[in-house]
Design a protein around this ligand. Sequence first.
Ligand code: FMN
Length: 218
Amino acid sequence: MSSSDRLAATADENEIPSATGTWSILPSWLLNRRSVAVKRLGLPGPSAGEQDAILSAALTAPDHNALRPWRLVLCRPESRAQLADLFVAAKLALNPQASALELEREREKAERPPLLLALIAAPKTDARVPEAEQIASAGAALQSILIAAQALGYGAIILSGSRCQAEPVKAALGVAAGEYLLGFVSIGSIVDTPRLASRPALEDVLVHLGAAGLTPHE
Ligand SMILES: Cc1cc2nc3c(=O)[nH]c(=O)nc-3n(C[C@H](O)[C@H](O)[C@H](O)COP(=O)(O)O)c2cc1C
């Protein structure tokens, strides 16, 4: 199935009414972006060209002073069994009583996604660019990846979990001191469509600044 066919197949089911009235001027795949759980992802993953497009989208993230405060690790198929072992070991280190099902879910996080990317925030020392701005740049790269994947008709999600704090996992991915393993981005075909995401109302996140100070958005 081509990207446009895949998109056409998912566009209608994604249609939900807009609270803001902006639906008509932005594509529904953009406004209806939602994460798709790893268990709902399957083959095929993005083609080589689609993968390049998704990764290139990340490069558009705003980046004050061009510090390049983030990077990605593409976890190739041949790395997955070993990564799964590390995820399982991290789970057991935290909870030695973890059930077989919990451990299987850990393996699934490493082995199931057709495309798996680790996102690392790598803040640099720069007096003009606080660390928070640099982490925000990594977040922007993340959102660009998620949106690009969805635009091509794929499902995607980022998950961190305690595995991202585990030293053996960080070492395998080259995460240095002072850097953050933000999570693993999983991308693949949607084999089981999730429910639509519920979103906050605009007034929950937006106020107006006027001459008299702050007022709620109505
Ligand atoms: C950096 C980062 C790490 C995340 N890690 C987890 C996680 O470990 N487990 C989880 O359930 N959700 C995690 N989330 C949230 C999911 O990726 C997702 O946003 C959430 O399930 C809501 O779905 P939505 O994106 O459709 O709103 C994380 C989000 C971010 C930004």
